[in-house]
Ligand binder design. Structure first.
Ligand SMILES: Nc1ncnc2c1ncn2[C@@H]1O[C@H](COP(=O)(O)OP(=O)(O)OP(=O)(O)O)[C@@H](O)[C@H]1O
Ligand SMILES: [Mg+2]
Length: 327
């Protein structure tokens, strides 16, 4: 399959801090590609370089065959972007925001009218198109931002946390539009998200980035297969290191990951489970809970980053809600 984004040894430094470190990656045409990683991993920095908003310190990247530095105008013409932080004009109506964007991209008035109708319809905002954005809910704003990113029919759409802080129903709506875009328009979509189940449902391939580096890349099912056997999650705050050491010695345990809230163990041998139970029931470890399941993307994330993904609770964090424009 043809690749639409080629990234080679791409690096971005902010002074002493390396936000993206020699990252090499190729994204295929028509692919729904997920970038996952803990806070501060470098996802937004990477997307900003691909969108020509930030200049790389070293390395190179092409989008639709155009170089992100020397041919930035060409790149911009062929991409749509939905930023992590809201960037709509609050005082304009939904339609005016789209019109403004269309003019910035040199579209003629007829095209602007037709395309605005199409994209408003896609995100089901046609009836609200004459309302000022300041009267919109967080979910409506997000939908409008996606519509705006589609105005000039981009070949690649970049979405940085398109559903952060939104309630479950709105999130489901947005994913539905994105899948529709992928199927109908064969668009390449590159997105970052903290919601594992969404990434799993929609992404063809996922790259996990941690501390500025690409740590693993594959289809959701390949990534889950890389965690062999079943996973046992043990929640505890006490003596995690000691507990991990004991568990490592149990027969059938392939690896033990320590993360913020406890320990995740991968087991392939049936008989080892009894022994695990024996160890975790030792009082000194004060285990709060233990459960076992088949590997999920969340387990993959813990294994490669040592961190658990953000919990699936809308508005659990005021800052996240703010980011989505919900006040
Ligand atoms: N303009 C900047 N100046 C200095 N450091 C920056 C700047 N922008 C980002 N950083 C740092 O670069 C690193 C990567 O940040 P980035 O925003 O790319 O992470 P992220 O993966 O998008 O995180 P999040 O999940 O929180 O959105 C972080 O350590 C961040 O503090
Ligand atoms: Mg970010």
């Amino acid at each position: 399959m043809k690749s639409v984004i080629e990234i080679k040894e791409l690096t971005k430094k902010y002074g002493d801090l390396t936000a993206v470190n020699r990252l090499t990656l190729s994204i295929r045409e028509g692919e729904f590609f997920g970038l996952l990683g803990p806070n501060g991993a470098g996802k937004t920095t990477l997307i900003s370089m691909l969108c020509t908003l930030l200049e790389p310190t070293s390395g190179s990247a092409t989008v639709n065959g155009a170089h992100v530095v020397s041919e930035s105008d060409k790149v911009r013409q062929s991409i749509g972007v939905v930023f992590q932080d809201p960037s709509l004009d609050e005082l304009l109506t939904a339609r005016e925001n789209l019109e403004f964007h269309g003019r910035m991209y040199g579209m003629n008035e007829e095209e602007i009218l037709k395309k605005s109708d199409d994209v408003l319809d896609l995100v089901e905002l046609s009836e609200q198109s004459h309302r000022q954005v300041k009267t919109f809910s967080g979910g409506m704003r997000r939908r409008l931002e996606i519509a705006r990113g589609l105005m000039h029919t981009p070949k690649v759409l970049f979405l940085d946390e398109p559903t952060i802080g939104l309630d479950l129903q709105t999130r489901n709506h947005i994913w539905k539009y994105l899948l529709k875009l992928k199927e109908k328009h064969k668009m390449t979509i590159v997105l970052t998200t903290h919601y594992m189940e969404e990434a799993e449902r929609t992404c063809d391939r996922i790259a996990i980035i941690d501390r500025s580096k690409l740590v693993v890349l594959g289809t959701p099912s390949d990534l889950k297969k890389s965690i062999q056997g079943n996973v046992v999650r043990i929640k505890t705050k006490n003596g995690k290191k000691e507990l991990a050491k004991k568990l490592e010695r149990v027969r059938g345990v392939t690896y033990v990951d320590i993360y913020e809230e406890g320990i995740a163990v991968s087991v392939t041998h049936g008989s080892s489970f009894q022994q695990i139970l024996k160890i975790v029931s030792l009082k000194k470890f004060a285990v709060e809970s233990i459960e076992t399941h088949e590997p999920t993307l969340d387990d993959v994330f813990i294994h490669y980053t040592g961190k658990e993904m953000r919990k699936d609770e809308p508005y659990s964090d005021a800052k996240l809600a703010w980011k989505a424009g919900v006040r």
